[in-house]
Design a protein around this ligand. Sequence first.
Ligand code: FES
Length: 119
Amino acid sequence: MNSTVPASGFKVGALEEIPDGGGRIFQFPTAQGELCLLVLRSDDCCYGYINRCPHFGVPLATCDSQLLYESNHWIKCNVHYARFRWMDGFCEAGECAGESLQRVPLEVRNGKVLVAEYP
Ligand code: FES
């Protein structure tokens, strides 16, 4: 496991904090700086990614209101608009086509969004 990603069992937040069919950015201080997670929700499923575009290594968005997405289909980077698949973070169009967002596996338990076991 990469040391810049949260450990399994880490509590990200409550499911109700994330709009269904939408996303939310969560930020946590760490010893290495700030951990910024992008969480996309489809009903009771959440998909987690490090909020960093593989093109220039910058955040896809810096606040929730800047998230560009089509619910349950894709999310775009705010800088050059690379388009990533909702459910696996694969870049299907744009400057970094063929690359992927760094995934953080999530699970929902008792209304809480937690980091799951890494594959
Ligand atoms: S920085 Fe994201 S597409 Fe260029």
